[in-house]
Design a protein. Structure first.
Lengths: 593, 203
């Protein structure tokens, strides 16, 4: 079988020992890799009795069968764990180079268990695994650690945590290749709880490809399609993901001031056009990626990668801030501290609203760009007001008696797309297995951009089917693991064909999407086992009751209830959102119950 | 009750199919999937002139009274939805494509757009080429790997997330076949302009 290496690395930090064993080929076939493989392994390893920040939780790093093959964007990898922020199953994936390097080191997956007695970092050079003392690195920030451990994009890659992870902030990220992030849900805190500062990899082994001729054909056709799509060949390279600021604002779906409005009067000043014109230094690309959407931006104070659309929104519109330089600086600071920018920005926005309404005693107010950087510093080190914000908006708002002001789903802060202007996006957030997230499927394609074709964004009937399809496709892409931007120009049928060419196993398009459906249902089972119920499939009350008073989404709230009913039925779940035995058997998941 | 937005989609695309010469007055059919329900054209209704009452709702798996009114091809639509991720299906009778299906087991386009988008369209054969379980299975199986296929001598089945998308594949195929037909009439040596086009038949 091509694609998979067929090997799992299993590390116990408590004893500082490791072993390797064969990847179960049936699990590989059913769950493919990345998010799917991580979820399947986590199901067996971490049960409902495990506190996410205890030694019993694990970190599972996974690649997919396409990783390091050279197929477009085959650079990504994934981490799975139980989230310390939400208590749900969590996966996060990142691009760059580390994932490619890890696969070339000869592994499909790595499980990290236990807790080191002192800070350590791990070095992986193919079969040689070394545990190093990290006492001297503990307390240092991400950029310094990454440089010190010898980051070299094509030869030696560093993944590490910053102060936020060390201080167990529940919104801490794991940083990769200096400025890429396994960001959401707090995986950095899990790494910090294990006294693990960094993992460095070097590899040289190329994955086997079963049908080279067919693979080359798909590579060529994918290149053509990415070049033909204006999104992947022009919009993303020219403006980065920030191209969405003006688009979302113009349709009344750019959440503003903690979702109190859906349009931001300062959008133009924080747009992709403004970023490109005033702050862009150059574009960069992940390994094997022709899109090159990465921005390198510079202000008078900093130079760094990003910011992405969601970050610009989180520190911008969501906080009522139109100072793009301050946003760029906040982004770079978050990367250096190792903190999720979406959760950090939205938590600050929540604190701003709490403060403006007199529930929280702080200087934070919408528009206070000058307070972004100091507040982020305080959060990462749990100092002063930062101690209140370090664990996300839901814990903060609950402490001050107003959980309804946390713009989160299942405790994870939602991203920029205000679902009152995109009904399907509302259902998507409410049902997302890792909480409020746009990477578990995103309706911006069909509801806004017209990919593959435009549907009415306010339509309610029938939306569930679209949401389900996009959730399944998203889970499949995350299991391959590829970048979702390729899907803006290349349809799933190409991914199925390239997977078939690489592995030698025939996957029809529907088979690949079925992998995604299987992963989605497994994640649902995991969350149900953790005690989540249909009551958690909801949105902040503001989105269900407060309609925008003006603009293109005027008068709309999210009509969640009818969509949710349709969703459960269409998923083959019962009326309480529990997968039926028939559905589980159909997905070959019946052995899990 | 069917959302008026869904009806408008059926009405507009039905009209376009007729105007584009892709169906006869009462030929062809289309449907969308809403979870475990299907909305499909009523049997005998004219796609080019659909009224709200021409849309019938029935179950994807289970029969209900809707089946008494549904298109004769309901069985095929159900099989396709069960076998593929499709959310919309269009069956029509594109004339040039039907002509090519009479002599080929696959249609490999020579024009740029269809080469880009389709690469290859398989042709499947079924003696009773309308509304039988055998035909339903053959069509559904072929659509597992392709977004549009031809039933020999009968017509095309195209799938997509929306009717719009399935309509797009249908017109791309017909346009490709008309261009191929013109090229045959011109009957001059073909100048290959596409790299790796010899791989299309392996798509």
């Amino acid at each position: 079988m091509g694609g998979w290496v067929g090997k799992v690395l299993d590390i116990d930090l408590t004893t500082q020992t490791y072993k390797t064993y064969a990847l179960d080929s049936n699990i590989a076939r059913l769950f493919v890799g990345g998010r799917g493989l991580g979820a399947r392994l986590l199901w067996d390893l971490v049960g409902p009795d495990v506190d996410p920040l205890s030694t019993q939780n694990v970190l599972i790093f996974t690649t997919g069968p396409l990783t390091a093959t050279g197929y477009q964007t085959s650079n990504r990898f994934s981490v799975s764990t139980k989230s310390p922020l939400t208590g749900t199953i969590l996966d996060a994936n990142a691009g760059g180079f580390w994932g490619m390097q890890f696969k070339k080191a000869g592994y499909d997956a790595m499980i990290i268990r236990g807790k080191a007695s002192q800070p350590v970092w791990i070095e992986i050079k193919r079969d040689v695994i070394t545990f190093h003392d990290a006492t001297g690195l503990w307390g240092k920030r991400v950029f310094e650690v990454t440089d010190q451990l010898g980051q070299n994009n094509h030869r030696r890659n560093v993944l590490c945590i910053g102060p936020a992870g060390e201080n167990l902030s529940r919104i801490a990220s794991i940083m990769v290749d200096r400025q890429r992030a396994l960001a959401r849900g707090g995986p950095g805190a899990v790494m910090g709880s294990k006294n693990l500062k960094a993992i460095v990899v070097e590899g040289s082994e190329k994955p086997q490809i079963e049908d080279q001729e067919r693979f080359k054909f798909m590579l060529y056709e994918t290149r053509k399609l990415l070049a033909a799509s204006p999104l992947t060949s022009q919009a993303l390279p020219e403006f980065g993901t920030a191209v969405l600021v003006n688009i979302m604002n113009s349709i009344g779906a750019l959440a503003t001031r903690n979702h109190q409005q859906v349009q931001f009067e300062g959008a133009e000043a924080i747009s992709g056009e403004e970023l490109t014109e005033k702050y862009l230094v150059k574009n960069e690309a992940c390994w094997a990626c022709p899109i090159a959407c990465t921005r390198v931006s510079r202000t008078e104070k900093v130079q760094g990668e990003g910011p992405e659309f969601e970050t610009i929104w989180a520190f911008g519109a969501q906080c009522g801030i139109d100072d793009l330089a301050a946003i760029i600086e906040a982004n770079t600071l978050c990367n250096d501290l190792g903190m999720d920018t979406i959760s950090a920005g939205s938590t600050i926005a929540c604190a701003m609203e709490l403060s403006e309404k007199g529930y929280l005693d702080s200087d934070l107010r919408f528009g206070r760009a000058d307070l972004l950087a100091p507040t982020l510093e305080q959060m990462a080190y749990r100092r002063d007001i930062g101690a209140e914000l370090a664990d996300g908006s839901l814990r903060l708002a609950t402490k001050y008696g107003h959980p309804e002001l946390s713009m989160s789903v299942k405790g994870l802060e939602m991203p920029a797309y205000d679902p009152r202007g995109m009904q399907g996006q509302g259902l998507l957030y409410a049902t997302s297995n890792r909480g409020g997230c746009h990477m578990r499927g995103n309706m911006v394609g069909v509801e806004v951009l017209g990919i593959p074709k435009l549907i009415d964004r306010f339509q309610v009937q029938g939306k569930a089917s679209f949401v389900i399809l996009h959730q399944n496709v998203s889970a499949a892409i995350d299991s391959l693991v590829l970048c979702k931007f390729t899907n803006l120009g290349v349809a799933e049928e190409y991914f199925a064909r390239v997977l078939s060419a690489v592995t030698g196993i025939h996957y029809a398009t529907g088979d690949l999407i079925r992998v995604g459906e299987r992963v989605w249902n497994l994640e649902r089972l995991y969350n149900l086992r953790e005690g989540f119920t249909e009551k958690d499939d909801t949105l902040p009350p503001r989105l269900l009751t407060e309609a925008p008073q003006e603009g293109p989404s005027q008068g709309w709230v999210v009509h969640l209830e009818p969509m949710l009913k349709e969703y459960y039925r269409a998923r083959g779940w019962d009326e309480h959102g529990v997968p039926t035995p028939r559905k589980l058997a159909e997905l070959e998941l019946d052995d899990l119950n | 009750m069917v959302d008026p937005r869904i009806y408008e989609m059926f009405r507009d695309i039905g009209r376009d199919l007729y105007v584009a010469n892709m169906i006869s007055s009462h030929g062809g059919n289309m449907s969308v999937r809403l979870g475990d329900r299907i909305i499909i054209k009523r049997r005998g209704a004219m796609l080019g002139n659909l009224k709200p009452h021409d849309l019938v709702e029935t179950g994807l798996e289970k029969n209900d009274s809707g089946v008494a009114l549904a298109s004769t091809e309901l069985i095929v639509h159900r099989a396709i939805y069960k076998a593929t991720p499709a959310l919309a299906i269009i069956h029509c009778h594109p004339r040039a494509a039907i002509a090519f299906s009479l002599s080929r087991d696959e249609i490999v386009p020579i024009d740029n757009e269809a080469s880009y988008l389709l690469k290859k369209v398989p042709v499947v054969t079924e003696e009773f080429a309308s509304g039988t379980p055998e035909m339903a299975n053959k069509v559904a199986n072929a659509l597992k790997d392709y977004k549009i296929i031809m039933l020999r001598g009968h017509g095309s089945f195209a799938i997509g997330q929306t009717l719009d998308e399935a309509f797009f594949w249908s017109t791309v195929l017909e346009e490709a076949c008309q261009i191929a037909l013109y090229a045959k009439i011109i009957n001059e040596p073909f100048i290959e302009y596409r790299k790796m086009s010899d791989s299309y038949s392996k798509f």
